[in-house]
Write a protein that binds this ligand. Structure first.
Ligand SMILES: NC(=O)c1ccc[n+]([C@@H]2O[C@H](COP(=O)([O-])OP(=O)(O)OC[C@H]3O[C@@H](n4cnc5c(N)ncnc54)[C@H](O)[C@@H]3O)[C@@H](O)[C@H]2O)c1
Length: 350
């Protein structure tokens, strides 16, 4: 049997989900966790009986750690990632890979120079329904794509932006923005992954219901290179937190989903049973408990586990991980362009 690959997780908010994902993943072994918050560190280390490091340099010096899961605030990812790459570690970095394109490029560069692997946690790309939608769009089954529309009417209380683990949220330096860069970045990634690239954007943002530096509501128009036009709305002001909606429509049909539930799959001239089959597979199901529309920690670890197992296989097979830094770069480019457009009042070309 092949030896398991050792993982170390830094940043134990979302990182607690990474620890669980590594623990459950095939071919991976959780070796150590790291956080400067002693309480979080002690809790996760004792839960999995693994080494606990307060200092990141000690995690990087551990020879058993081959992959570092970077789960610190978004604007620290490049610094943490460059240090990991220089220490010869592979990287699985939380979304967004960092908060500016320049920083993402610096990380890409460091990873190439070190010859290590780097994967990004845009886990929506691993969900079967999203992969089916991407295939349908790419195969041209909707005909020429016309509309790409998404809204994310989520809710976060003021306390989410406060306290020792909240005060970086909604700041430009560490969160890179607010509802768009933090909550909405998965949606932007999905749109660009399925229908991209995006050629130009126009945006407007503001902070309406929270005392934060950046924004809690953003709207944007996106012009895709394929000719489609898109609209996007992200907010953390919509009490109590309503489902994300995404609609793709083309000359021949429409696909509509609400969070991870398929609502409509209808393509003119194609088998009508297909919609029934797709709805059976991905349609409405009884759900219990909160979703990420109102609770950030409801994200779970299933998507992350798939990405951990993909990293293990990428290392063993000498191939790139499923979600590369290069493929995630455009997402950061779109988000920052929407912010720039909002500041300047001009259309921004990518
Ligand atoms: N993929 C997803 O669905 C998802 C969901 C939530 C958050 N995230 C991402 O995860 C990242 C973390 O978000 P969070 O909500 O868990 O934040 P958080 O503030 O709750 O946790 C970050 C942790 O990092 C620790 N930390 C910071 N700098 C450190 C350092 N130099 N050394 C050791 N520990 C350090 C902090 O003490 C803190 O415990 C962000 O980039 C966020 O965008 C992703």
């Amino acid at each position: 049997m092949e030896r398991e690959i050792g993982f170390g997780v830094v940043g134990l908010g979302m990182g607690a989900h990474h620890a669980q994902a590594v623990h459950n993943a095939q071919g991976a072994r959780l070796v150590a966790v790291c956080d400067m918050d002693e309480r979080r560190l002690g809790r996760v280390a004792s839960q999995y009986s693994v080494k606990a490091y307060r200092r990141y340099e000690d995690l990087l010096a551990d020879p058993e750690v081959k992959v570092v899961n970077i789960c610190t605030p978004s604007g620290t990812h490049t610094d943490m990632g460059v240090r990991a790459a220089e220490a010869g570690k592979h990287i699985l970095v939380e979304k967004p890979p960092d908060v500016t394109v320049e920083k993402v490029d610096r990380l890409i560069d460091a990873v190439r120079r070190a010859g290590v692997k780097a994967g990004v946690t845009f886990q929506s790309r691993t969900f079967p329904l999203n992969r089916r939608i991407k295939a349908a769009v790419e195969e041209g089954r909707l005909g020429r794509l016309i509309g790409v529309n998404a809204w994310l009417p989520w809710w976060r209380s003021q306390s989410y932006y406060e306290g020792p683990h909240g005060s970086w949220k909604g700041t430009w330096a560490l969160d890179g923005g607010g509802s768009l860069m933090n909550q909405g970045v998965h949606t932007v990634d999905l749109l660009q992954w399925i229908a991209g690239p995006v050629r130009s954007v126009m945006g407007r943002y503001g902070a309406f219901a929270h005392d934060i530096e950046a924004e809690d509501t953003t709207v944007a128009v996106l012009n895709f290179s394929c000719g489609a036009v898109g609209t996007l709305m992200t907010t953390t002001c919509a009490y109590p937190g309503l489902p994300q909606m995404v609609l793709f429509y083309g000359e021949r049909g429409s696909i509509l989903k609400e969070e991870d539930t398929l609502k409509v799959w209808r393509i003119r001239g194609e088998r009508e049973e297909e919609e029934r089959e797709m709805l059976e597979l991905y349609g409405p199901r009884r759900r219990e408990g909160p979703t990420t529309a109102s609770d950030p920690m409801a994200v779970g670890s299933a998507g992350h586990q798939g990405l951990v197992e993909d990293m293990v296989r990428a290392i063993r097979e000498g191939r790139e991980p499923y979600i590369t830094l290069e493929s995630a770069r455009h997402t950061v480019e779109i988000v920052t362009a929407i912010y720039e457009s909002s500041r300047t009042g001009r259309e921004v070309f990518l």
